[in-house]
Ligand binder design. Sequence first.
Ligand SMILES: *Cc1c(COP(=O)(O)O)cnc(C)c1O
Length: 390
Amino acid sequence: MSTAQATPTPNSSTAEDAPIGLFDPKAQYERLRTDIDDRVAKVLAAGTYVNGPEIAALEQALAAHGGAAHAVAVANGTDALVMALRAEGIGPGDAVFVPAFTYVATAGAVRLTGATPVFVDVASETCNLDADDLARRIEFVRRAGTLRPRAAIPVDLYGLPADYDAIRDVASAEGLTVIADAAQSFGARRNGRGVGSLAPIGTTSFYPTKPLACAGDGGMLFTDDAERAALWRSLRTHGTDASRTAVALGMNSRLDTLQAAILLAKTPYIEAERQRREALAARYDGALSDIVETAPRAPGCESAWALYTIRTPRRDAVLAALRARKIGAAVYYEAPVHLHPAYAAFGDGPGSLPVAERLSREVLSLPLHAELTEPQVDRVCEVVANTLGS
Ligand SMILES: *Cc1c(COP(=O)(O)O)cnc(C)c1O
């Protein structure tokens, strides 16, 4: 571990050769340390480690922030998706449409219910679910006649909300439920609306690299439907009701009170940090727009800016150059989901989802977090520009 990361002082972070992290969760902790430490100590002293009052307080704060009537905190973003699907009665024999270009958890959650993931290509401009391809894939499934099309799970990749209007039109014509996988986009807005209200059901994750992060694993579900929220609350505690009778097959998937306490310390800064990342993204745009395809944007959307992801056919050369300069760039994702061995049986192999496959060869995420400085962004851009010869 580098000294520069252990002691994030202005001096070390702007030094010519100091490493630049893709994320910097420790620097954020240093900034909020007093409040986080106080809140954690309070929970430890109170002994309310499960279902402490911080859970309901966080659910209320994030429901309001996300624009949903109800929020239910759970153990992680994958469980949130599994619970959302199971609460709709989705399981074996059902088809659930997911983008081929996402973190494997989206498709994994579908498999964990026994349902079948059906991969849909993404739009090249946004890297998000392509509504026209969704319509085509639903038609294939209907014609094949073996699976019931039940749901679609658009993903807000890199923090940018998917095209929910177009997806809703396709889904409602086909009777599909839309579940927004907002694991990467908490804090984003689409047409002024928070990610808790982009679809009838929304889920998010508080994994340490997501835009709103706890110190470990955490997740949340969002809905305006009180009955649905009540069912989720039951499912996260073994499917039990208020009298502790098991009325459904549930799981043990609760957010720890300690994690809720940490998240409560961060909630006042969600929008300020998003705006800071947006300003840094604009700086990247300005320096890189002539030499690479800059990070995806979409009309009406304010991205959460979880990642700043460029596209270039010379991706591997740029990645190697950045790594040689100790700059924390990374590829999200090296392979589309249908080309992972565990999911190959649910796809049609190479060539079947061309945009997702091309993106996996061209994408590269550059450092982006609220503690990053302008000179650091400039240093990253210089390495990219030098490598691509402009
Ligand atoms: C991180 C992530 C998940 C899973 O969240 P966890 O909290 O890690 O379980 C699901 N979908 C997407 C798109 C993600 O990025």
